[in-house]
Ligand binder design. Sequence first.
Ligand code: NAD
Length: 250
Amino acid sequence: MRLANKIALVTGAASGMGAATARLMAAEGAKVAVADMLETEGEAVAAGIAAAGGTARFIRLDVAEETDWEAALATVTGAWGGLDILVNNAGISGSATNDLYDTGLWDRIMAVNARGTFLGVKHGVAAMRRRGGGSIVNLSSISGNVGQERIHCAYNASKAAVRLLTKSVAVQEGAAKIRVNTIHPGLMPPMRTSGATADPVFRAKMLGHVPLGRSGEVDEVARAILFLASDESSYVTGAELHVDGGYLAS
Ligand code: NAD
């Protein structure tokens, strides 16, 4: 039980890597708030955790809305007494458009991926300060480090914002014993909002740049998140962990 007695909130936990992370954290002993806009899917993830003997509850949260964050943190700390772990995982893709300079899409991607992570950090830090410390894991991407074809530049910009937001807060909150790190997944199963990155031709081309020669699995990312969330990484803050089969090394 690597997260015994820990209280965690995972955003975007109704699907993909967020759901895998919520399940793994609950299996490791944490009480887990499954936060998402998708109510049916989120409730199902929480129910699955409970059926497996874990502790979870679904919370409806739009990460771009500050009032939602205030309500979510009040619910978690009211029910369970505090917050030890926050995983800012919710995100939307930039690969479902042919207009790579669409202004409305810039605003929406930045609102969810960048502002959403900022708001999570802001309210998570406040809760963790009351607790005497904690661990925040933010989902960036290989797209936070380098550009790619056929992806709206807002996706890269938003994930780069997550990367440096993380280092900034890691520096500022070290004295409060709050660690903040990023995970950078590479070629993974497509997101719900993916377009080009779900195209087999695009994926085959991307795979050519992956030294391990395959795409990743959601549980491989969840295990990396677990390490950064747990006390096993107690001297790691402001770091970025690439879970990309070597893509960024090549
Ligand atoms: P996914 O689409 O399966 O899951 C994303 C979840 O975020 C969904 O459940 C969705 O409902 C939720 N979400 C979207 N907007 C939200 C909002 N405003 N408020 C609350 N929840 C919201 O995607 P995934 O592949 O599991 O991606 C998880 C994270 O990993 C994202 O931040 C993504 O950018 C990042 N990432 C994904 C890949 C990939 O190839 N899949 C690669 C690198 C990084």
